[in-house]
Design a protein around this ligand. Structure first.
Ligand SMILES: [Zn+2]
Length: 197
């Protein structure tokens, strides 16, 4: 069409979530038509973010400081940890302003089918945080899938003996990857409706 640079860009963008080849072509065309105002600032922002952003050593959130902004915020409730599958879930909960404690990002769920075991998840650091910190409650905000339920039971069996209250968000709420599409009111209701395990 117009040289290998364009094809390469389209190929890279088309692999992103929510973008297929059609949207990738449209996006590339728009960028190429405004190289100075859109394309170069985007290239700089991408390079800077790729260099600066890393997973938080404590909770697994993505941030340019470690511990992350949430973990280092002394005004947040350090006694409550909300466990989520991914950073996208954390973002959704933060946008909805429904949780004033800290988080722990598991990086997935246990899955016999996918061969994901406890060692593949960010589990040991969570148990260490609970043992060493002043944690009194752990809220499990994982997906209402079979794997999500399995993971919540597995975690509960290990957290409860540490003398910490374990609760889960209101049932019937699609947490996990689906959390992102919930509106803030539904999210707030889900967190308020949490019940002990
Ligand atoms: Zn953190």
């Amino acid at each position: 069409m117009g040289g290998p640079e364009i094809e390469r860009l389209i190929g890279l963008l088309a692999k992103l979530p929510g973008l297929g080849p059609r949207s990738a072509r449209r996006t590339v065309l728009r960028l190429l038509q405004q190289p100075e105002t859109r394309m170069l600032p985007l290239a700089v922002a991408l390079a800077e973010a790729a260099r600066a952003v890393k997973p938080c050593g404590a909770c697994g959130n993505l941030d340019s400081i470690d511990p992350c902004t949430i973990c280092s915020d002394s005004t947040r409730d350090h006694t409550v940890i909300c466990v989520v599958e991914g950073v996208g879930d954390l973002w959704a909960l933060e946008r909805a302003h429904v949780h004033r404690g800290r988080y722990h990002v598991l990086g997935g769920t246990l899955s016999a089918l996918a061969g994901t075991g406890p060692d593949d998840l960010n589990v040991t650091p969570l148990l260490t945080r609970i043992r060493e910190g002043e944690v009194s409650e752990v809220i499990l905000a994982l997906g209402a899938t079979v794997d999500g339920a399995t993971t919540m039971h597995w975690l509960t069996e290990r957290i409860k003996p540490l003398g910490v209250l374990v609760s889960r968000v209101g049932q019937g709420v699609p947490m996990g990857g689906a959390l992102d599409v919930l509106d803030d009111g539904t999210l707030a209701a889900a967190l308020r409706a949490r019940r002990p395990f």
